[in-house]
Design a protein around this ligand. Structure first.
Ligand code: ZN
Length: 168
């Protein structure tokens, strides 16, 4: 009983993130330690991004649900990563998930990478921009056809490019 109490308390206190920072071979290192086509120092990212964008892209924070104006955006175009301006999602794969975050059932080809995130008690699939390594959100398996995936993305780090194409 004592032990169970300790374990649940530890979990509630964010033990997963402590384990994460220790590594244990489960989690990727900081994005800054990996190689991406676009690399900037922490200070450069801070200058370029808003505090909220920095917290999401560089520190894997999550915006509050139902706060993104992009939730109700049904325009045709490309959603770009605000870290590097690369196209990451298309309006063609956007859907209303009802979760409070912009949702897509697929990313643009090769635009994102995924890792396993152990910040919560259960593992989640973290998704980041393949160009700058910036954290975008998470991928879940309860999305619609044809992929069955739900890319749950922070709207604060997406810039909508109306009529934009993945190439441009
Ligand atoms: Zn990016």
């Amino acid at each position: 009983m004592q032990r169970r109490y300790f374990l649940s308390l530890a979990a509630a206190a964010g033990a997963a993130s402590v384990f994460g920072s220790l590594g244990l071979g489960l989690r990727r290192g900081n994005a800054a330690e990996e190689h991406f086509p676009v690399m900037r120092s922490k200070e450069e990212w801070r200058r370029q991004l808003s505090a909220d964008q920095f917290a999401i892209l560089r520190e894997e924070a999550t915006e509050r649900p139902f706060t993104s104006p992009l939730l109700k955006n049904h325009g045709t175009g490309i959603y770009r990563c605000v870290g590097c301006n690369s196209g990451v999602y298309s309006s063609e794969t956007k859907f209303d998930s009802g979760t409070g975050w912009p949702s897509f059932w697929e990313a643009l080809d090769g635009a994102v990478g995924t890792t396993t995130d152990y910040k919560l008690v259960y593992p989640r699939t973290e998704v980041h921009c393949a160009t700058c390594g910036g954290h975008l959100g998470h991928v879940f398996d309860d999305g619609p056809k044809p992929t069955g995936k739900r890319h749950c993305i922070n709207g604060l780090v997406l810039a909508f490019d109306e009529n934009g194409s993945a190439a441009g």
